[in-house]
Design a protein around this ligand. Structure first.
Ligand code: CMC
Length: 384
């Protein structure tokens, strides 16, 4: 409390904004559930399509329901020439997250149900966005590299098709499984900054495209989704793994944050990072070249950070720490890491919006004014 008995929560820390059945995080025990299912079992046994259904519809699909949902996604995958043109005009001069937010915003002009705010129409829009955002991210990757758009292949699953549209060839099973895992792990994570941004925009009764565009904008920052690209950049800057400890020492002494560590909610190892870590050590041990170097750097950084700040400060690796070297192994360029995150998180953003809208209330917090009042207006010519 300050002098005027106003309790301010900077960054809304510790503030509950809604009841939800979408996701639960236990930041002390390091546990995460989507609609009651532990993330470990979804990561091991499920697929992105199934998780997307779970988040959007509220329960795991039966076989026929999953087949029909996967078909709907496939039907909505392709994007128009207009969206391709927008992507092409920006892909080589803007960051992919900026291109993605522009393309997603432009998608609104093509959805005949844009202004229909019924739950059924919003669900259909969420499915369209989920299908098309993945295609947009692949198209951005192609056009950024000066290559042509590749049409979706509807004989392929969601993750596999993404890699096909990005690279032009079908990924091997291990790469496809990894991309699917990343989509599952990124699909949902409570009311973080991007979900909150989505909900703030949606709470004004702006449409789902506007809300999701807000989510993408908030996800871009390096304190949130952009940390995956920033963590890889740090590992590349370190260069020789033998430089790791000195780099971290200097960064901490200079009060810099180490990207891929720390979390507002988790005060222990992020369970998603734990899942990725087992992939990371496995792939790292079989790799050579840059992936091997990055793996060694990351493991040294992890050891030092945990010794320094783990138990004492509750700063542990988060999901964005190990993903970079794995994406590089899979053939995904660094600037696409956060757009892939967005292409998965669109399901969680939409699930929260669909849950919130039936009892909608516009978000309108307060700020505590500490400036002066009743100042005398002075004509511009008389101001000193
Ligand atoms: N490296 C070094 N120190 C850190 C780090 C870090 N990664 N994270 C937090 N701290 C320190 C921070 O300097 C501060 O120290 P002091 O109290 O001495 O000033 C203290 O821990 C509290 O940090 P904070 O930034 O006030 O904590 P927060 O809860 O507001 O922020 C965070 C959480 C994720 C923004 C922060 O930990 C961070 O900036 N991490 C690096 C970026 C990152 O990896 N983000 C991805 C998060 S997980 C994926 C996602 O959801 O997007």
């Amino acid at each position: 409390m300050n002098g005027n008995e106003v309790k301010i929560s900077i960054g809304l820390e510790g503030i509950y904004i809604a009841e939800t059945k979408v996701c639960k995080i236990d930041g002390i025990a390091g546990k995460l559930w989507y609609r009651g299912y532990p993330i470990e079992s979804l990561a091991a046994d499920s697929s992105f399509e199934e998780v997307a259904y779970l988040l959007l519809y509220g329960s795991l699909p039966k076989k026929t329901e999953l087949d029909s949902f996967a078909e709907q996604l496939k039907k909505e995958r392709d994007i128009s020439d207009n969206i391709k043109m927008i992507i092409k005009s920006l892909a080589q001069k803007s960051h992919p997250m900026d291109v993605l937010r522009t393309a997603v915003s432009a998608l609104s002009s093509e959805d005949p149900e844009l202004t229909d705010n019924s739950p059924e129409a919003n669900l259909r829009k969420a499915v369209r966005l989920t299908a098309k955002m993945t295609t947009i991210v692949a198209a951005i990757g192609r056009m950024r590299a000066g290559k042509d758009y590749i049409k979706p292949d509807n004989s392929l699953g969601h993750a596999e098709n993404f890699m096909y549209m990005l690279s032009g060839s079908k990924p091997n099973k291990e790469v496809a499984k990894f991309i699917d895992l990343m989509l599952v792990l990124h699909a949902e994570h409570g009311t973080n900054a991007s979900t909150f941004s989505t909900m703030v925009t949606g709470s004004t009764l702006a449409d789902l495209y506007a809300a999701i565009t807000s989510g993408i904008c908030a996800l871009k920052g390096p304190l949130h989704g952009g940390a995956d690209e920033a963590a890889l950049k740090m590992m590349r800057t370190i260069g020789d793994p033998a430089n790791t400890e000195k780099y971290i020492e200097d960064a901490l002494a200079g009060k810099q944050k180490i990207m891929g560590f720390g979390h507002r909610v988790y005060k222990t190892y992020d369970p998603r990072a734990k899942i990725l870590r087992s992939w990371f050590t496995d792939i790292g041990s079989k790799s050579s070249g840059e992936v091997k170097t990055l793996t060694e750097t990351a493991l040294r950084a992890e050891k030092m950070m945990i010794e320094r700040l783990g138990a004492s400060h509750g700063i542990w690796p988060n999901i964005d720490f190990f993903s970079g070297p794995l994406y590089i192994w899979a053939g995904v360029p660094a600037e696409l890491f956060t757009p892939i995150f967005a292409a998965a998180r669109v399901t969680g953003w939409s699930a929260h919006m669909l849950e919130y809208w039936p009892n909608n209330k516009i978000f309108r917090p307060l700020d505590h004014y500490t400036g002066q009042l009743d100042l005398k207006y002075i004509n511009i010519n008389d101001r000193k």
